[in-house]
Design a protein around this ligand. Structure first.
Ligand code: NAP
Length: 308
């Protein structure tokens, strides 16, 4: 049982930010634990190949990077617990995280909770989730061999994952609400040069159809209002992220979108609590900025412990 343990550094989230914070904290000989509900690496672990993390000229698979980061932190004594968090209490001198199996207490707390895929909120999305509706091409792409799929969104994630899906699907239609992609130029070029990728511009998803499994995606042209149905066995939704900060509401300052207010120093409105990675208000959400935040947060936590 975890109730009687007080950690120097309690970290919520085992993505690149949380795991790097663990590495730096454990290496500073601080008693450190990472609480993570899924697999090591967080969102990055759901990415097939990460091409823009420096030091890996041939790219690195997301799950491999997650495992390597965890192993590196474990080598210095960081602990890892896979658990679902039910509540966070920042009111006392020590911070409490309530998990199913008991409470975890920390003298400092690093929030590295990341962000989850944003939902479209259309009919069929919830009903057919896991039956053709997916938010993770790396996890589910292989189910769609020689079938047609739709990808929604125009950002890095949508276009990169659409390209990944061409390994399996015979056709990938990218549905985007404008005529210009937001994705990095190099990714756009690859998608436009790929014969399996089709673009459905100026369009949003109106409904996802299917009885037991996705059978088609109804899209609406935002300029003409015209609706058409794209026959598809799967739909992969990449329309941005929502920060995982619901449990912190009212206890710490956040912006209107729910990102934790903290600068490059990772200091939040609550002394002793630090925010690192995608859950923090920041201009660039990348693995490289997440690991940087993790290191800064761990060092800030160490400094805080010296001062209290
Ligand atoms: P994003 O950059 O926020 O892009 C979201 C896309 O979805 C945009 O094209 C947006 O359209 C569209 N969209 C938003 N709401 C929509 C709605 N309700 N209906 C239809 N379309 C909607 O999100 P992301 O691609 O998931 O990426 C998240 C973060 O991770 C970004 O910072 C990104 O750079 C990063 N990332 C980086 C890489 C990489 O560097 N290789 C890979 C993956 C993710 P508009 O363009 O019209 O706004």
């Amino acid at each position: 049982m975890a109730d009687d343990k007080v950690y120097d550094v309690l970290i919520i989230g085992g993505g690149p930010a949380g795991l790097t914070a663990a590495l730096y904290a454990a290496r500073s000989r601080l008693k450190t634990v990472v609480l993570e509900r899924g697999m090591a690496g967080g969102q990055a672990a759901t990415t097939n190949k990460i091409e823009n993390y420096p030091g890996f000229p041939d790219g690195i698979l997301g799950p491999d990077l997650g495992q390597a980061l965890e192993k590196q932190a474990a080598n210095f004594g960081a602990e890892f617990v896979q658990t679902e968090i039910e509540g966070v209490d920042l009111s006392g001198d020590q911070f409490t995280v309530k998990a199913y199996e008991g409470d975890y207490k920390g003298r400092t707390l690093i929030l590295a909770t990341g962000a989850d895929p944003k939902k479209l909120g259309v009919n069929g999305e919830e009903e057919l989730r896991g039956r053709g509706v997916s938010y993770c091409a790396t996890c589910d792409g292989a189910f769609f061999k020689d079938q047609e799929v739709v990808v929604v969104g125009g950002g890095d994630a949508a276009v990169e994952e659409a390209l990944f899906l061409t390994r399996y699907a015979k056709k990938v239609s990218i549905v985007h609400r404008r005529t210009q992609l937001r994705a990095a130029p190099v990714i756009q070029e690859r998608a436009k040069a790929n014969d399996k990728v089709a673009f459905v511009w100026d369009s949003v998803v109106d409904e996802i159809k299917g009885e037991k499994h996705v059978e088609g995606v109804v899209v609406k042209n935002v300029k003409t209002g015209e609706k058409t149905t794209i026959p598809a066995a799967g739909i992969f939704i990449y329309v941005g992220l929502v920060p995982n900060t619901a449990l912190l509401k009212g206890q710490i300052e956040m912006d209107a979108q729910g990102y934790v207010r903290a600068g490059e120093d990772t200091l939040t409105s609550k002394p002793g609590v630090f925010a690192a990675g995608d859950c923090r208000q920041k201009p660039l959400r990348q693995v490289v900025t997440a690991v940087s935040d993790g290191a800064v947060a761990a060092m800030a936590a160490a400094k805080h412990l010296e001062e209290v």
